[in-house]
Design a protein around this ligand. Structure first.
Ligand SMILES: Cc1ncc(COP(=O)(O)O)c(C=O)c1O
Length: 462
C-alpha cells in the first residue's frame, strides 16, 4: 500500500480522500496566541509515505516534561497528568503479582478472541457482580480479550459500519484519532454543558439519537476527564433508549471501580451490564480491563463484552489489527478475577482513592481551582481555572508554568476531542480547564499542591 497523509489500507474497503493537511508543518503561533495544538506533528524521518501522527494529550505532556528532564522515576517531579492509578501495594489490597510463570503452551499464539478460560472468567465475573438471578447470562462467547483497552476500542471502531457515531465533548483524548482513522462511520460530537455539570439524561439521549440519526455512541463512564458518572436508574434509562432506538452503546468502563457516589449493589462499582436485559440482543458493548480497575496498566489485558455477533466482528478485526493478546498474561489474569480478589482490590481502591479524592478536591479549592462538579467517579479532578491569575487561567499557561516547578498537568483542550481536526483549534470551550490526576500516591499530591499554591501566589504578585 502506498498512501500519503490520511490514506488508508484498501482492506478496510473505503475510498478515503487523500488529505495532505497533516503533513504540512504548522506555522508558528503568534506570540501570546493560544496554541492548543501542541501535539505538533511528529515528523516521520525521510519516509514520505507516512502521514504525521498527532500525539494524544497525555503523551504530549509527558514528552514536554521529558524535554525538561522528567524521566518517569525522578521523585523531584509530581505527575498530576498521570493516566494511571498508583500501582504499588495499597492498604487492604491483595498482594501485588510479582512473578508470572510461563507455561510451555504459552509459547504459542493465543486465540485472537482470548484464552477460553479468561473469557469464561470475565463472563462469570459480570454475571456474579451484576446479573444475579437474571435469565440472560453472559458466556465466554460474549467476551473478547485484547491487549489493552485501546486495542479493544480500536477493534470495535474498525468493525463499525457506515453509521453516525455520537461522542461527547469533553471525553477521553485517545478517542480523537480513534474516531478519525476508520472512515466507514461518521463521528458526530455531542456537547456536554459545564453549567449542567455535564449531565446527560435519557431524554437528552433520545433527542440526540433520534434527531441526529445515531446508530452508535461511544462514552467513557465514569467520564475521563470530568468524573461524571451515569449510574443507577439513569444508566438503566440510557439502555432502554438504546434498546428501543437500536443504537449501539459502546460503554468504556475503564474507571468503573472508581465510583464515589451511591450505586446499587454491595460493591462500589457500576456497569451497564446491570441493566442489560438480553445479553445477545441489547445493543450494549462494554470495555474494561486490568489497566485501572486492577491497577495493572502494564499487563495490557482488557476485554470487550457484548452480543455474540459483535464479539465475532471485533475478533475478526483483531485478527488483522493486532493478532491477539499476550498468552502468559491472559493465563495469569484468570486468578485476578476470582471473587475474593476482585472484592478486596475494589474495596481497597475505594478506601484509598476516596480519601485522596476528598483531600485533593479541597486542596484544589484552596488553590483557587474550581470544579464544575466534584468527581463521582475516576481519579481525576476537572479543574476550572478561570479564577486563577493569568497566565494560569489558561490550561496551556498553567501547564507551561507548572513544568518549571516540576509539576505535570494536562490542558483541558486535549479532551475537546476533535476527530480529523475539522474544528478550528481556537474554538474550544475548554481553554480554561485542566485535568488533575489523583492517581499518584498522597505524598506526591501533597507536594504538587504546595508547588501549585506557590505558583498561584507568584502569579498574583506579577
Ligand atoms: C477512558 C479510558 N478508556 C480506556 C483507556 C485505555 O486504557 P489502556 O489502553 O491503557 O488499557 C483509558 C486509559 O487512559 C481511559 O482513560
Amino acid at each position: 500500500m502506498r498512501s500519503h497523509a490520511g490514506g488508508r489500507p484498501s482492506s478496510l474497503g473505503a475510498e478515503a480522500p487523500v488529505r495532505a493537511v497533516r503533513a504540512t508543518p504548522r506555522p508558528a503561533a503568534p506570540p501570546g496566541a493560544r496554541d492548543p495544538l501542541p501535539s505538533a506533528p511528529v515528523k516521520a524521518n525521510g519516509a514520505s509515505a507516512f502521514r504525521t501522527v498527532p500525539r494524544t494529550g497525555v503523551i504530549f505532556v509527558t514528552a514536554e516534561a521529558t524535554r525538561r528532564g522528567y524521566d518517569g522515576h525522578d521523585s523531584a517531579w509530581c505527575n498530576l497528568g498521570q493516566g494511571q492509578p498508583e500501582t504499588g501495594l495499597i492498604e487492604g489490597a491483595p498482594p501485588r503479582v510479582e512473578e508470572v510463570v510461563i507455561d510451555p503452551r504459552d509459547r504459542d499464539y493465543a486465540p485472537v478472541a482470548g484464552l477460553p478460560e479468561l473469557r469464561e472468567a470475565v463472563a462469570a465475573m459480570y454475571n456474579r457482580l451484576y446479573r444475579r438471578g437474571m435469565p440472560s447470562q453472559y458466556t465466554a462467547e460474549n467476551v473478547a480479550i485484547s491487549s489493552g483497552g485501546r486495542a479493544g476500542l480500536t477493534r470495535a471502531a474498525a468493525s463499525l459500519g457506515r453509521v453516525n457515531l455520537g461522542h461527547f465533548l469533553p471525553d477521553y483524548t485517545a478517542y480523537e484519532e480513534l474516531l478519525d482513522i476508520f472512515r466507514a462511520f461518521t463521528a458526530i460530537p455531542i456537547l456536554l454543558e459545564p453549567e449542567r455539570g455535564y449531565a446527560f439524561r435519557p431524554d437528552d439521549l433520545r433527542r440526540e439519537v433520534a434527531g441526529r440519526g445515531l446508530s452508535a455512541l461511544l462514552v467513557s463512564n465514569p467520564c475521563n476527564p470530568t468524573g461524571k458518572l451515569i449510574g443507577g436508574e439513569e444508566l438503566s434509562g440510557w439502555i432502554s433508549v438504546a434498546r428501543e432506538l437500536d443504537c449501539a452503546l459502546l460503554m468504556d468502563e475503564f474507571y468503573s471501580h472508581y465510583v464515589w457516589s451511591h450505586v446499587p449493589g454491595p460493591l462500589p462499582m457500576e456497569s451497564a451490564a446491570r441493566y442489560v436485559e438480553d445479553v445477545d440482543r441489547d445493543p450494549v458493548v462494554l470495555f474494561d480491563g486490568l489497566t485501572k480497575n486492577w491497577r495493572y496498566p502494564g499487563w495490557r489485558v482488557a476485554w470487550t463484552v457484548g452480543p455474540r455477533t459483535v464479539i465475532e466482528a471485533v475478533t475478526s478485526a483483531g485478527s488483522f489489527l493486532d493478532g491477539g493478546g499476550s498468552r502468559p498474561l491472559q493465563r495469569a489474569a484468570v486468578g485476578l478475577l476470582e471473587p475474593d480478589v476482585v472484592e478486596a482490590e475494589t474495596r481497597a481502591i475505594h478506601e484509598c482513592f476516596r480519601r485522596k479524592r476528598a483531600w485533593f478536591v479541597n486542596r484544589l479549592a484552596e488553590i483557587g481551582v474550581e470544579l464544575d462538579r466534584p468527581p463521582e467517579g475516576t481519579f481525576y479532578a476537572w479543574g476550572n481555572l478561570s479564577k486563577l491569575p493569568p497566565p494560569l487561567r489558561d490550561g496551556m499557561g498553567l501547564f507551561e508554568r507548572a513544568l518549571d516547578h516540576k509539576v505535570i498537568t494536562v490542558p483541558g483542550v486535549f479532551f475537546d476531542v476533535n476527530p480529523g481536526k475539522r474544528r478550528s483549534p481556537q474554538a474550544s470551550r475548554f481553554h480554561s480547564y485542566s485535568r488533575f490526576s489523583f492517581g499518584p500516591p498522597k505524598e506526591v499530591l501533597e507536594q504538587a499542591c504546595e508547588r501549585l499554591e506557590a505558583l498561584v501566589a507568584e502569579a498574583r504578585n506579577e
